[in-house]
Design a protein around this ligand. Structure first.
Ligand code: SF4
Length: 471
């Protein structure tokens, strides 16, 4: 019987089976940032250990960095301390640091791919939940905790269970105005936030074949929100075109050898899957979350579901969501007033996201509604530079958006970009948990960047297809 890409890559990287039943897995690439690495480096020092493979370790700063100005020292003394710790740890251990001063910094899951560090067939880890993003290239990419960051720094290995594999197949063509974000939110809505526990998700079918790499990253980024340990898309010509010529990609004769090898990693036609689900592209509409998990969502033309639509077990969580969001069951999603519109994050802060919004805004001539705080935060300095070269910043600022410096910003609000009180945010990020955007009573509705732009312009949740006349 054939093998899935997951099995092939897992087997290649297995050092040995551990007495616990887990596997010792070698990590090809370790990405680090300022939040989960300082403690790991301290633990390393306490044991007198050094970094085993500094050349496989790359650092950036993203969570705490201000987006109004990156000038040092940061006003927030804790942020400055974290930045200082990262600078000194990377210097001491000979780790490449993509710094703001060199204009190389960005969100860890944006910087890795854009530099060609993320490649098919790799095992990748990072002390950040959304490491699954890198699976877009046919890599196995895992978010890890601080003690695991220590372990990988010291040994370049992780102890891992072998996962089951669920193939999620979506065939057909997406309708105009339906984006990769809608696809990934739709999958989570259908399978639930726990549905992927114990699984790697293999996304397959015409919809994913048709996607650009940036769209594939949006999908894989949120695999973790569906409970999956990782998610991946098989490498193909789109993957190779994206990687060719990037600074860390194989060069010269090594390029074709790499492409041949990456191609061989695709799941075999007779591979066994532990589960298969199949959806139709035409069923997917623009999705908006109404609750406090990414699965609590509905299409923009629908209503907040009623309690009767859920099982007895689900009802307490649904009631909690109604209470927190101050939404009534049966209330229309369209028309809910927004205070803040946030376009950015490792889910939707890439050039194509900014380009799409700039294109829609410019074509429509519409402006952000008075009273709405609308910010666009590029995922990296490279994204910012390319956006500026195309004039997207000018288009967006002329329409009333703020165009900021790169970072995680209001996705997690570990920097000064926070909601105030119970403000409601239309957000292109990936989590709508209670208090996620920096206020313990702040409310987040997840959606695509185009839908965020539509909300910014109308001052309320609206169907981007109607606002921007997308046909
Ligand atoms: S953008 Fe959000 S999810 Fe992504 S790395 Fe930053 S804080 Fe984490």
């Amino acid at each position: 019987m054939g093998k899935t890409l997951y099995e092939k890559v897992f087997d290649r990287h297995t050092v040995r089976k551990l007495p616990s039943g887990q596997y010792q897995l070698f990590m090809g690439l370790h990405l680090i940032h300022e939040v989960t690495s300082p403690q790991a480096f301290s633990m390393l020092e306490e044991r007198g250990l050094s970094v085993m493979f500094p050349e496989r370790t790359f650092a950036t700063v993203d969570h705490i960095i201000p987006t109004t100005s990156q000038l040092r020292p940061f006003q927030d003394t804790l942020a400055e301390q974290m930045m200082h710790a990262l600078e000194s740890n990377t210097k001491k251990h000979g780790i490449r640091f993509f710094s703001p001063e060199a204009e190389e910094q960005g969100i860890v899951h944006v910087v890795g791919p854009e530099r060609g560090l993320t490649q098919p067939g790799m095992t990748i880890c990072c002390g950040d939940s959304h490491t699954a993003t890198h699976g877009a290239f046919g890599a196995l990419a895992f978010g890890i905790g601080t003690s695991q960051v220590r372990d990988v720094l010291a040994t370049q290995c992780l102890a891992m269970d072998k996962l089951k594999v669920r193939r999620i197949e979506i065939n057909g063509k997406l309708r105009p105005g339906v984006y990769a974000k809608d696809v990934t939110l739709y999958i989570i809505q259908r399978l639930g936030v726990q549905g992927g526990v114990g699984y790697a998700y293999e996304y397959a079918g015409e919809v994913f074949d048709d996607m650009t790499m940036e769209e594939r990253m949006t999908v894989c980024n949120m695999a973790i929100e569906g409970g999956a340990r990782c998610g991946y898309i098989q490498p193909d010509a789109t993957t190779f075109d994206y990687l060719k010529g990037r600074e860390a990609s194989p060069q010269g004769d090594a390029w074709q050898r790499a492409v041949d090898d990456w191609t061989s990693l695709r799941s075999d036609p007779d591979a066994h899957y532990d589960d298969v689900v199949v959806y139709k592209a035409e069923e997917i509409e623009p999705v908006v979350t109404w609750g406090i998990t990414p699965a609590q969502s509905t299409s923009v033309g629908s209503k907040v579901p009623t309690l009767e639509q859920f099982t007895e077990d689900e009802r307490p969580g649904v009631q909690e969501a109604y209470n927190y969001m101050s939404f009534a069951p049966g209330q229309s999603i369209a028309g809910i007033k927004v205070d803040v519109a946030f376009i950015g994050s490792c889910t939707n802060g890439r050039l194509s996201d900014i380009e799409e919004v700039a294109r829609l805004v410019e074509r429509s001539g519409l402006k952000v509604k008075e009273g709405v705080r609308a910010i666009v935060v590029p995922g990296s300095h490279r994204v910012k530079k390319e956006a500026l070269e195309h004039g997207f910043d000018k288009i967006l600022t002329a329409a009333g958006f703020e165009f900021r410096e790169p970072g995680c910003s209001m996705c997690l609000a570990m920097n000064p970009d926070k909601l105030k009180g119970s403000e409601l945010s239309a957000s292109s990020s990936n989590r709508n948990f209670k208090g996620r955007q920096g206020s313990s009573t702040g409310r987040t509705l997840l959606m695509s960047p185009a839908m965020v732009a539509a909300a910014a312009i109308r001052g309320e949740i609206a169907d981007a297809r109607e606002v921007f006349d997308i046909k």
